[in-house]
Design a protein around this ligand. Structure first.
Ligand SMILES: Cc1cc2nc3c(=O)[nH]c(=O)nc-3n(C[C@H](O)[C@H](O)[C@H](O)COP(=O)(O)O)c2cc1C
Length: 355
């Protein structure tokens, strides 16, 4: 079996997690050039925006990078649920002076499609990862046609498996069952998946520093994917209220909530989560719930408050640093080559990437 760096053509077994809404090509470029796998989240990009980001990426790095897509089944809009959701939010609309009729429905999150694959085909990205399962076989075949390596959360059809523990920030990769109580912690999940499959396993969720990276690898992971720790990096586009929350003591209290998109995701507990949830059965299915929340978020953020914002964060915010992403990547990788799994080849390449 190839090692993860061999499979992905990178130096360090370290993947910067794709994080829609808080980063674009700049973070991916910085991590790629530092020897990790930089990721571009594409779940909220239309084909034109995707092309622009891919031009930016490919003009600033010659290293492999990952593009990430959602592949959820778009739900049928349900007028009753949308009305119930808006009704629940009515007191807040009143508080902020928002006219309910002015709020558009719809979503900016679209699943992987032939239109998006057309753009990808122009750039032939070496790695493509999927959240919420895998797309239709003919779409997957298009990615395979240029030799793209496919990463997915927990399916054996992929070339490597992302094992996401419940500690992870943002949306769950969980898609076979809606029962969140079944989600395991990273360090319980990784050894079990590693034992069960023959492809490399990528540990993600709650890993925030070099010791965590080395521990995940000691448990059988071939590499790690790290999200939350990158959120304060210079190149991340994390908004001001989100940054403030991550730097506050509140960052130690996260919960799973479906209030911001309709799908369960982990974020720092805020007013909306306290008063309406964090999980609420009444709201529209993923990703339709976001539209009704959007104007409240905008009003609150304009006043410097994160009360109605998705403050995505994993359970372990201790690795968040306001430093360039290359520096964070090097720090995260510093213990990888000390353990029994150290390999001369990668140790050499680490030295060369630091020189
Ligand atoms: C702000 C934020 C946005 C995220 N967006 C995505 C996304 O667009 N696609 C995806 O596959 N995972 C997304 N994730 C989940 C990450 O891929 C990863 O599983 C998680 O960040 C790992 O846990 P950690 O945050 O504790 O490092 C997101 C996570 C965060 C924190």
């Amino acid at each position: 079996m190839k090692t993860l760096p061999e499979l992905l053509g990178i130096e360090l077994p370290l993947i910067q997690a794709p994080m829609a809404g808080v980063q674009g090509s700049a973070l991916a470029v910085a991590v790629a050039n530092a020897g990790g796998l930089g990721s571009l989240p594409c779940g909220m990009l239309n084909p034109e925006e995707l092309r622009k980001e891919l031009v930016a990426l490919t003009s600033q790095t010659s290293r492999p990078f990952n593009v990430n897509f959602f592949c959820h089944r778009p739900p049928k809009p349900d007028a009753k649920r949308e009305a119930a959701w808006r009704n629940l939010l009515a007191p807040y609309y009143k508080e902020f002076g928002i006219e309910v009729a002015s709020i558009p429905a719809g979503t900016s999150r679209t699943p992987f499609s032939h239109d998006l694959a057309d753009v990808l085909a122009e750039f032939k990205p070496p790695v493509v990862s999927f959240h919420y399962g895998l797309p239709a076989p003919e779409l997957l075949e298009r990615v395979r046609s240029w030799g793209g390596v496919i990463l997915s959360s927990a399916t054996t059809i992929a070339d490597a498996i992302i094992a996401q523990g419940l500690e992870a920030g943002g949306h769950r990769g969980h898609f076979l069952s809606g029962d969140l109580t079944l989600q395991m912690g990273t360090f319980a999940l990784v050894p079990q998946i590693a034992q069960a499959v023959k492809v490399p396993v990528i540990a993600t969720g709650g890993i925030a520093d070099a010791k965590g990276v080395a521990a995940a690898m000691a448990l059988g992971a071939s590499g790690v994917q790290i999200g939350t720790a990158y959120l304060l990096c210079t190149e991340a586009t994390t908004g001001a209220v989100h940054r403030a929350a991550l730097k506050s003591v509140a960052a130690g209290s996260t919960a799973l909530t479906n209030l911001f998109s309709g799908g369960p995701a982990r974020g720092v507990i805020n007013r909306a989560m306290r008063e309406l949830g964090p999980m609420n059965d009444l709201i529209p299915a993923f990703p339709l719930a976001a539209a009704a929340m959007a104007p409240l978020r905008a009003k609150a953020e304009a006043a410097g408050s994160g009360d109605f914002s998705p403050l995505w964060s994993g359970q372990n915010p201790t690795g968040c640093r306001e430093v360039p992403a290359a520096e964070l990547t090097r720090n995260l990788a510093q213990d990888i080559f000390l353990g029994p799994h150290a390999r001369n080849r990668t140790a050499c390449s680490l030295q060369s990437s630091q020189s």
